[in-house]
Design a protein around this ligand. Structure first.
Ligand code: FAD
Ligand code: FES
Length: 252
């Protein structure tokens, strides 16, 4: 169950030129949050609408969000410092089903941080495939290594790890027949390609979808996502019915 609360900033760290990590005091909210859920954060008086940011991790009473500065809201968030207090709604959304003996976590770009919480929850059962533009964009590699049996980095230019999209190593892993679930977060084009590979390999796949948001609680219809279930098309809310959907139900 979500609620509105005030969260103290415990730490604020710059991970790259554009990406920041902010740790919030988790309190009891941290105990109820599950991997894949997000927080809807008020970003200053000038921004009427809250901004949705996924929970990247929870540990030692601290809930971490990792975000890329895109516009006014995330710029305001990036300027927060330890001791500041945020107005937060959450935890929101449904989260990933982490069942399975051997699972693959796929993250692309700013879709990497939300998979860390899943890696922690599925420690010892997960392989992580993390895709970035180039070496300078690689984040959280060591954190994933502490939970995953194997962490494979892919970069567009080959400056770190495998050269090319994460779908290259994903295809190889799926061909081994050793995996029974794939969980993914990242750009829509990546999620679509991951979905196609999983359908071919008959491995169930869940994807975390992104849409612009208003209320964050299913009341305004801003975040509609086209899905298909039992042969019938249906518009569903990313904020309430998602953000995680079975990949086979998303109309790409
Ligand atoms: C469920 C969910 C979880 C998210 N988790 C994260 C996260 O963990 N880390 C992170 O960096 N970002 C995350 N995002 C995206 C983040 O919410 C947007 O980048 C942010 O709201 C932009 O706000 P802004 O005021 O800085 O930029 P704005 O001025 O509002 O927009 C700047 C640019 O970003 C684009 N944009 C804005 N909102 C979205 C959106 N929801 N999806 C795609 N593009 C958008 C705009 O079209 C525009 O081009 C998430 C989005 C959703 C829906
Ligand atoms: S953001 Fe309002 S219904 Fe999803």
């Amino acid at each position: 169950m979500h609620r509105q609360f005030r969260a103290s900033v415990v730490e604020a760290v710059k991970l790259t030129e554009e990406i920041c990590s902010v740790g919030l005091k988790a309190d009891d909210i941290g105990a109820s949050a599950v991997p894949g859920q997000f927080l809807h954060i008020r970003c200053g008086d000038a921004n009427l609408l809250r901004r949705p940011i996924s929970i990247s991790d929870i540990r030692d009473g601290m809930m971490t969000i990792v975000f890329q500065v895109r516009g006014e809201g995330t710029k305001w968030l990036a300027d927060r410092r330890a001791g500041d207090v945020l107005d937060v709604l959450g935890p929101l959304g449904n989260g990933f089903d982490l069942g399975g003996k051997n699972i693959i976590l796929v993250g692309g770009g700013i879709g990497v941080p939300p998979m860390l919480f899943s890696a922690r929850a599925a420690a010892g059962r997960a392989t992580a495939l993390l895709g970035f533009r180039d070496k300078s964009c690689v984040i959280l590699n060591d954190a994933f290594k502490s939970f995953c049996q194997n962490v494979i980095i892919a970069t567009d230019d080959g400056s770190c790890g495998v050269q090319g999209p994460v779908t290259l190593p994903l295809k190889k892993l799926l061909e081994t027949g050793e995996y029974d679930a794939v969980l993914a977060c990242g750009p829509r084009s990546m999620l679509r390609a991951v979905t196609e590979l999983c359908i071919q390999a008959t491995v169930p796949c869940q994807v975390s979808m992104e849409e612009r948001m208003g209320c964050g609680i299913g009341a305004c219809l801003v975040c509609a996502c086209r899905t298909i279930k039992d042969g019938r098309e249906e518009m569903r809310h990313v904020c309430k019915d998602g953000p995680v959907f079975p990949a086979s139900e998303v109309v790409w």
